[in-house]
Design a binder for this molecule. Structure first.
Ligand code: 13P
Ligand code: SF4
Length: 303
């Protein structure tokens, strides 16, 4: 074991900390995580852990969600600038303005939003349960505002028939995956199944075999008899897939779809985070209280 990892392990025990990491984290970070997952799985884990401290290796909105679910715990993010540009495409005041135009509408926010936006929302969802959420809790609603991802919204419409009042948000990494990229990879690897994230553009989604959250991709690979997969999401997930399924092959749909926010965290920063107990996620109690309801509805909507 290298000395950085040893120090992290020692401090983790001393401080009764748990390391949660998203599937897009650097391989070195994935390898030291106590739990690796998608937004939904990480939220559930943050809600149920008995650890005193959570070191969240992901982007800011994910660590905020952990804090909302475990307000009495210390929640740390190793780099306070690890942001998600999509989450920053909508603010609470913009959402309030939009709501004024549609006073009857329910608000469904993708989990990729700031805590203040969740506090103004009726429901939150992740890529893993957006379709289920609309088909269940929101089934009878006539007007639904869906923010901020217009591509996820359009995918959910294709699966549920529900039309939404939209926001012009998108993920700058996933929009880099084009139909041409998928067609190129399919030509090179004709046997491969195409798995794609619903943050991608419709033209790319239409060429995929399965549309899945990042955890959904890992689960699907396990259940499939296929040996080759084209992966239409942030390429770092392939580290986990190769490790868990060494007899299968994985090809990124596009090497360009890198998420810079996720790449800001490395082993040194995880160690400093534990040593100095930084950077603490702090949120006003009224935001925690208001945002918690929409997030609890989200984590209760699982298979
Ligand atoms: P998942 O919840 O599928 O891991 O997606 C999170 C995300 O930000 C994808 O870009
Ligand atoms: Fe945000 Fe896109 Fe990064 Fe996901 S991949 S965290 S949506 S910028």
């Amino acid at each position: 074991m290298n000395s950085l990892v040893e120090k992290i392990e020692r401090l983790k025990k001393e401080k009764e900390a748990i390391i949660l990491a998203h599937n897009y984290q650097l391989p070195e970070v994935q390898d030291i995580a106590d739990f690796l997952g998608d937004s939904l799985g990480l939220s559930i884990k943050a809600a149920e852990t008995s650890a005193k401290m959570i070191v969240f290796c992901g982007v800011y909105f994910m660590a905020e969600t952990a804090k909302i679910l475990s307000p009495d715990k210390t929640v740390l993010i190793p780099d306070k600038d690890a942001g998600c540009p999509m989450a920053d495409m909508i603010t609470a005041s913009q959402l309030k303005k939009l709501r004024q135009n549609y006073p009857q509408a329910k608000i469904l926010s993708y989990v990729n939003t700031p805590a203040e936006v969740k506090a103004e929302s009726d429901f939150a969802c992740t890529s893993a349960n957006a379709v289920k959420m609309v088909n269940s809790a929101l089934r009878d609603e006539e007007e639904i505002i869906f923010v901020p991802d217009k591509y996820l919204a359009s995918y959910v419409t294709s699966q549920t028939g529900k039309k939404f009042i939209l926001w012009e948000g998108y993920c700058p990494s996933h929009i880099k995956i084009s139909a041409k990229d998928i067609l190129n990879k399919k030509r090179i690897y004709p046997q491969a199944e195409v798995l794609i994230h619903p943050e991608c553009r419709e033209e790319a989604i239409n060429l995929a075999d399965k549309v899945l959250s990042t955890e959904g991709m890992c689960r699907y690979v396990k259940s499939s008899s296929g040996k080759e997969f084209i992966i239409g999401t942030e390429p770092e997930i392939i580290h986990r897939l190769k490790k868990e399924y060494p007899d299968k092959e994985f090809y990124p749909a596009s090497e360009e779809a890198v998420c810079p926010g996720m790449k800001r965290i490395n082993l040194e920063k995880v160690l400093w985070s534990l040593e100095n107990e930084e950077y603490k996620i702090e949120l006003p109690p009224e935001i925690i209280k208001k945002a918690r309801l929409s997030i609890e509805r989200m984590i209760n909507c699982t298979d």
